[in-house]
Design a protein around this ligand. Structure first.
Ligand SMILES: [Zn+2]
Ligand SMILES: [Zn+2]
Length: 252
């Protein structure tokens, strides 16, 4: 399983830092976890056909995770006649998002062939398994009662990748321990909603094979990066701060 951290920026994106979007490639298929801006440009830049990415999973409905979806859907269906057998499924944490997305497609005059775009709910537990990739959702408390949010555990053959999504402000008290309690995984962990000193305490003793931090604020200062290196160097597994468009291979 290959992870490509297309976008690692939280909140504000910049010219060279995109919002949350992670591309998973395994078994010759493509899956997108979160669709922050400008995900359509990032996929295009990698030479992918839009119609290759037919499964999109949204961890929660904040704009920096969802805001690029409309552009992506527009491109997918603009190109659809070149791959008429393709169809798109978007897994939403809140089905209330479906109607405005569909209405936006009408506003921009993007016709969608019958039956080619479907929306399904993200649900706690294993909610997706196409025989190639299995995804299990763990509820988190990022929105503090205002709506659902999820972490995702992805499993392909012996590769296991835990994507935390956004977690609770201040303490990461909703970190999805259950996902790795019985079997370790590589962890793609957000790094913006909790002071780094605390994050290190949360993850230090967990069965993590490699910790990849993402979703840190834009314009990370040199001093803060030095602090990151200092705080994480004693963790008992490899730790990296992902950059946009970085590739990671997740095997056993
Ligand atoms: Zn976010
Ligand atoms: Zn968020």
């Amino acid at each position: 399983m290959k992870l490509i951290t297309l976008g690692t920026a939280a909140g504000n994106s910049e010219r060279n830092r995109a919002n949350a979007a992670n591309l998973i490639i395994c078994g010759g298929k493509y899956y997108l976890i979160d669709a922050g801006e400008p995900v359509k440009a990032l996929l295009f830049s990698r030479g992918l056909a839009y119609t290759d990415v037919q499964k999109v999973f949204i961890s929660h409905c904040h704009e920096d995770h969802l805001g690029g979806l409309m552009g992506l859907l527009n491109c997918f269906f603009r190109e659809h006649r070149k791959a008429p057998e393709s169809d798109m499924t978007v897994y939403l944490p809140e089905m209330a998002a479906q109607y405005p997305i569909e209405e936006f497609m009408k506003v921009i005059h993007r016709d969608i062939p019958d039956g080619k775009l479907s929306f399904k709910p993200v649900e706690s537990g294993t909610f997706f398994d196409d025989g190639n990739l299995k995804i299990t959702a763990y509820p988190t408390d990022h929105l503090e009662g205002r709506g659902p949010s999820y972490s995702f555990l992805l499993e392909h053959e012996k590769g296991r990748l835990l994507i935390t999504g956004d977690l609770r402000w201040g303490d990461f008290g909703d970190f999805p321990y259950a996902a790795i309690a019985n079997e370790p995984a590589v962890c793609l962990c957000e790094a913006v909603h909790c002071p780094l000193e605390k994050v290190v305490d949360v993850v230090r003793d967990l069965p993590i094979k490699k910790l990849i931090f993402t979703h840190y604020k834009t314009s990370l200062l040199k001093q803060e990066y030095d602090t990151f290196l200092e705080k994480t160097k004693k963790l008992p597994y490899p730790v990296v701060l992902a950059t946009d468009d970085e590739e990671f291979i997740i095997k056993e």
